[in-house]
Write a protein that binds this ligand. Structure first.
Ligand SMILES: [Zn+2]
Length: 249
C-alpha cells in the first residue's frame, strides 16, 4: 500500500534528534512521499536541505501567514524571489490566518502576499498548500478571483457551505489524522468526491494523542478511517488517493 503526506514540518526542532528513525518508521508503514512545508526563510532553507538529504522528503516552500505581517512585505517578497528559483514541488505553507490579527492592515498584508503566491504557483505550475483559520471565506474568494490552479486546502475547518463551494470549484482537501475523531472532517469526507481528497498530518502537530508528537507514519490511520467512511477497501482508497497526489504534483 502506497501512502503519502502532503503537509508536514520535518524541519522543526522536535525532529532534529531522531529524524532518521522517524523516516525509517514512515517507510515501514508504506509512506513513500512526505511533502515537507517551510514556514519562513530559515525553515524553507532547512526544508530544501532535508529534501537533498532524504529521498522521502519533497520540498514545499512558503511563508506562514502570521509570519507575513510580523516580518513585513519587503522581507516576504525577497523570500518569494528566492523560492521561485528553488523549483519547489509545491508552495506551502501559505494562506490566511486572522485568528491573531488585531488590525485590518495585518489582514490586508496577508491577502496581498497570498495573491502573489497564487501567481507564483501558476508560473511554476505547482500546487498551493493552503492554511486558513478564521479566514476561510476570504481564502476561497481570493482563490476564485485569482483563478488559482492546483489548490489544496490543508485541514480545512470552514463551514459546510464553504466546503461545498470549494468542492464545486474543484479544489482538493488534505485530510489530517483528526478525521478519526472529528465529525466535521468525517462529514467532509462523505460530501467531497474521493478524487478531491489527499492525506496529511501537519506533523509534529495535530497528532492522534494530544500533546504527543505526530509523524507522517500516522497517515495510515486516516486512510483506514476514510475507507470506512466511503465504504471501500483500505487498499482501493489508498490507490485512489495516491492517483490524486500524482495528478496534482
Ligand atoms: Zn502546517
Amino acid at each position: 500500500m502506497i501512502l503519502f503526506d502532503v503537509h508536514a514540518h520535518m524541519d522543526f526542532p522536535v525532529f532534529a534528534d531522531d529524524l532518521d528513525v522517524v523516516l525509517c518508521d514512515c517507510g515501514e508503514e508504506g509512506v513513500t512521499v512526505i511533502v515537507a512545508n517551510g514556514v519562513n526563510p530559515e525553515s524553507n532553507r532547512k526544508t530544501v536541505a532535508l529534501a537533498k538529504k532524504y529521498s522521502l522528503i519533497k520540498p514545499a516552500l512558503g511563508y506562514y501567514p502570521t509570519h507575513v505581517w510580523e516580518d513585513g512585505l519587503e522581507a516576504v517578497r525577497k523570500e518569494l524571489f528566492w523560492i521561485e528559483r528553488q523549483r519547489p514541488v509545491a508552495l506551502g505553507e501559505i494562506g490566511l490566518d486572522y485568528k491573531e490579527c488585531e488590525t485590518e492592515s495585518q489582514k490586508e498584508m496577508q491577502r496581498i502576499i497570498f495573491k502573489e503566491f497564487i501567481a507564483l504557483g501558476k508560473r511554476l505550475r505547482v500546487p498551493l498548500i493552503i492554511h486558513s483559520r478564521k479566514a476561510e471565506a476570504d481564502v476561497l474568494a481570493i482563490l476564485e478571483e485569482e483563478e488559482a490552479e492546483k489548490v489544496i486546502l490543508h485541514c480545512f475547518m470552514g463551514k459546510k457551505k464553504l466546503v461545498e463551494r470549494a468542492r464545486d470549484l474543484g479544489y482538493s482537501f488534505s485530510i489530517p489524522v483528526s478525521v478519526t475523531k472529528l465529525d466535521q472532517l468525517q462529514w467532509l469526507v462523505r460530501h467531497v468526491p474521493l478524487r478531491q481528497l489527499l492525506t496529511e498530518t501537519d506533523a509534529p502537530y495535530l497528532g492522534p494523542v494530544r500533546g504527543e508528537r505526530n509523524t507522517p507514519a500516522n497517515v495510515r490511520r486516516s486512510v483506514e478511517r476514510i475507507a470506512s467512511l466511503v465504504e471501500m477497501t483500505v487498499e482501493d482508497v489508498a490507490n485512489q488517493l495516491f492517483m490524486n497526489y500524482q495528478r496534482l504534483f
